[in-house]
Design a protein around this ligand. Structure first.
Ligand code: S3P
Length: 450
């Protein structure tokens, strides 16, 4: 439930070499899905390495409200006693998903074909984000929805009593929409089919298969065709959540731009649908290597080593790569500011409807720090100032967006003057240990009085 507290202004100052080991938290996407599928399974699902960020804690609370028994055993170990597919109880309070688009959209899908009614809300950021992308396909199952103008939260969902299976072509590249439809398909007789033109993160498909559902993915000329057979009995699982590549992005990018740095980020999930940033950084000339590659819990994992890389060049990021790095463009724009030449990021309209309009939020902050940024409806371009060339010295605005807040704090570590931030509270949604972790590596981060 972020965004409800007192703002915490922060400042990041030019830092010495960043060195050491960065143990980043568990994957946010996999953490949400572990709790939701655990709640829909029969028996006890044991989860280790769960991300204990506010977004995921809101999902844990929501699963309790729908009748699952969710227990925190400490140090990232959780258990969930599920109610079985179709077994969700009707919550007696409004479900507050805080800042989390993933949480609310996945949960809406999971309850949409149960004969219950639930009302959802969130913080100012979440309540301004589009939900029709989820409620449109849910309507095809027979689910009814009443929300605010232009499909905004707060919103009440009336689950379909007699859901019919759906064949849905996802109009925007979105793992959240795909997952909401698949979760709705769980309590629907027959086969639910989702077609996506561009591959988005596939944790839902992997995890549904792991819980025992019959689910297939076929690559066709029309895209990926995912077919789920409804009304399976999901069997409880033991899940080890890999560490989040989207969180790893911050210490990795900091190491690349702070002179003399050498940082190891162990145990990072390297699912091919998530690693666009690392591929892009290597193309730019980053000294970024994968060590000790292995498979853990069905997901590819490696230790990342990032070293200071003064010779990075701006590149054109291929638009087809966007879905695999959609959350990483803000921090990429910081690295691009320290490269030589222009970095062009096209095909990224979705960035405008994230926790904030991420193109606008980064472009205005970087411009205030002296960087030239051009932008259009679905693209933006950063003109690099070379290593250490960013003047900095501005106060940037986080817009209730964790990734914007952390990106500017990374920028301040390598700019000529400190960078201030109006509010660091959103960081806790996905990376609650960001400040001590970065400080341990040698970063100079302070909380200021404004
Ligand atoms: C997520 C999907 C992405 C991503 C978000 C997590 C998920 O959103 O931005 O942080 O876990 O499914 P979209 O599906 O809207 O692209």
């Amino acid at each position: 439930m972020s965004g409800h507290g007192t703002p915490i202004p922060m400042r990041s100052s030019p830092s010495g070499p960043l060195t050491g080991v960065a143990q980043v938290p568990g994957d946010k996407s996999i953490s949400h899905r572990s709790l939701i599928l655990g709640a829909l399974a029969v028996g006890e699902t044991k989860i280790s390495g769960l991300l204990e960020g506010e977004d995921v804690l809101d999902t844990a609370r929501a699963m309790r409200a729908f009748g699952a028994e969710v227990t925190d055993h400490g140090e990232g170990n959780w258990s969930v006693f599920g109610v079985g597919v179709g077994g969700f109880a009707e919550p007696d309070q409004v479900i507050d998903c805080g800042n989390s688009g993933t949480g609310v959209r996945l949960i809406m899908g999971a309850m949409a074909t149960c004969p219950i009614t639930a009302t959802f809300t969130g913080d100012a950021s979440l309540n301004s984000r589009p939900m029709a992308r989820v409620t449109d396909p849910l309507a095809l199952f027979g689910t009814r929805t009443v929300g605010r103008a232009r499909g905004r939260l707060p919103m009440t969902i009336v689950g379909a009593e007699n859901p019919v299976p759906v064949n849905y072509k996802v109009p925007v590249p979105s793992a959240q929409v795909k997952s909401a439809v698949l979760f709705a398909g769980l309590n629907t007789p027959g086969k639910t089919v989702v077609v996506e033109k561009e591959a988005t993160r596939d944790h839902t498909e992997r995890m549904l298969a792991g819980f025992g559902a019959t689910i297939t993915t076929e690559e066709t000329n029309a895209g990926r065709v995912i077919t789920l057979t409804g009304q399976p009995e999901l069997k409880s699982q033991t899940i080890a959540v890999p560490r989040d590549p989207s969180s790893a992005a911050f210490p990795v990018c900091a190491a690349l731009i702070v002179p003399g740095s050498d940082v190891l980020v162990p145990g990072i999930g390297l699912n091919p649908t998530r690693i666009g940033l690392f591929t892009t950084l290597r193309e730019m000339g980053a000294d970024l290597t994968y060590e000790n590659e292995r498979t853990e819990g069905g997901e590819p994992v490696a230790d990342l080593r990032a070293r200071y890389s003064p010779n990075m060049k701006g590149i054109e990021v291929p638009p087809h790569r966007a879905a695999s790095m959609i959350d990483e463009y803000p921090v990429l724009s910081v690295v691009a500011s320290h490269a030589t030449g222009q970095t062009m990021m096209a095909g990224v309209k979705e960035l405008r409807v994230k926790e904030s309009d991420r193109i606008e939020a980064m472009a205005s902050g970087l411009r205030a720090c002296g960087v030239t940024v051009e932008d259009g409806p679905d693209w933006w371009a950063v003109t690099g100032m070379g290593p250490g060339g960013m003047p900095g010295g501005a106060t940037c605005v986080s817009h209730l967006d964790h990734r914007i807040a952390m990106s500017f704090m990374i920028a301040g570590m390598a700019s000529q003057n400190p960078i201030s931030l109006d509010d660091g509270t959103p960081i806790a949604t996905s990376f609650p240990i960001f400040e001590p972790l970065m400080a341990d590596l040698g970063a100079q981060l302070d909380r200021t009085t404004g």
